[in-house]
Ligand binder design. Sequence first.
Ligand SMILES: [Zn+2]
Length: 396
Amino acid sequence: MSSFDPAAATAAYLAQLPPAAHEKAQAYTQGGHWLILWGALVSILAAWIILRLGVSRRAAAAVQRRRPRPWLAAFLAAAAFFAVSWVIELPWAAYSGWWRETQYGLTSQPVAGWMTEHLIGGVMGVVVVSLLIMLIYFLIRRAPRLWPVWTGLVVSAFGLFMLFLAPLFIEPIFNKYEPAPPGPVRDMVVAMGRQVGVPTDKILVYNGSKQSNRYTANVSGFLGTSRIAMSDVMFKKDADLAEVRGVVGHEMGHYKRGHLFELIAFFGFGTMIMGFIAQALFPVAARLLGGWGVTGIADPAGLPILMILVTIIGVLATPAINTMVRFPESDADRYSLENFNEPDGLARALVKTIDYRAATPSKLEEVLFYDHPAVSVRIRRAMDWKAAHLGEPPRP
Ligand SMILES: [Zn+2]
């Protein structure tokens, strides 16, 4: 019998952080739960202001003085809505996305850098989401009752499209990607990819240290665009190879098990349900909010009303969404352990995530608010795995 005790080993890992650090992590994490609610209230307030000012209504009317142009009207109503709400919500975004992160020492990015990224992301978001909204209004006009079903399918197809495009066009806007330099880290990742059948022709390193000091990696894209991208933090001189193995093994798990496709299907289905609820509640919401000349759900002037409903439904659905997202995270940890047997590497990487996701929430808090399983649970699973496989070498 071995004397390895998984419970004690888990406690030892958690004790690597002093109690003050755990308390700070808890304050940050629990404050973050409230941000979901306040953020939703800010969005609702912005939508209400836009409704009262008639921003979307005027934008749609401006291009339809002579003849109906439903596609253009819907696009402009959406673009005006999202551009104005971006401006109204800017102070909140700066507080929650930059100031608060800086206060907790989770980013050292200067405000100008954050602002530039927020602006680029905002412009791209306005264009892309407005195109999507334009298509959804077409579906509402063509299929007044069953548009939520078509919208769910469109959202899933759109997710696939973005998965394909992101590595090519979106990610390079925010970070610089280069082929990974030769050396022990690259050799190890190539061997890992060969072992489990992840394409290793494109292993990239990006300047993730600009945003954070975390060991982050992702395996993304599909068809011809698949690649492994690793933060440059993992290529620093004192990088911990076992930790890199644990983390990259987790990411390869997401890729090999098709988790992104599962989530895209789930979000498409969720969009359908959300659409049916919004459809049922729209007349009531329009009446409660005062109407403002909106003729019905097919009228793009009513986009602010629709967005208020979507925001409320989204907040209420947060626990269900989080719970769905936690499953693939547990699965990816298991994949990493089963294929690469690096429980201590994984545990060391997990300890570093406690700063922004407190390690020991109550079960209820985990279910409601955690999009990853609690670190205490994940480390314990790794230590249980270690206890069951003592003496086996890392693989390969
Ligand atoms: Zn993951």
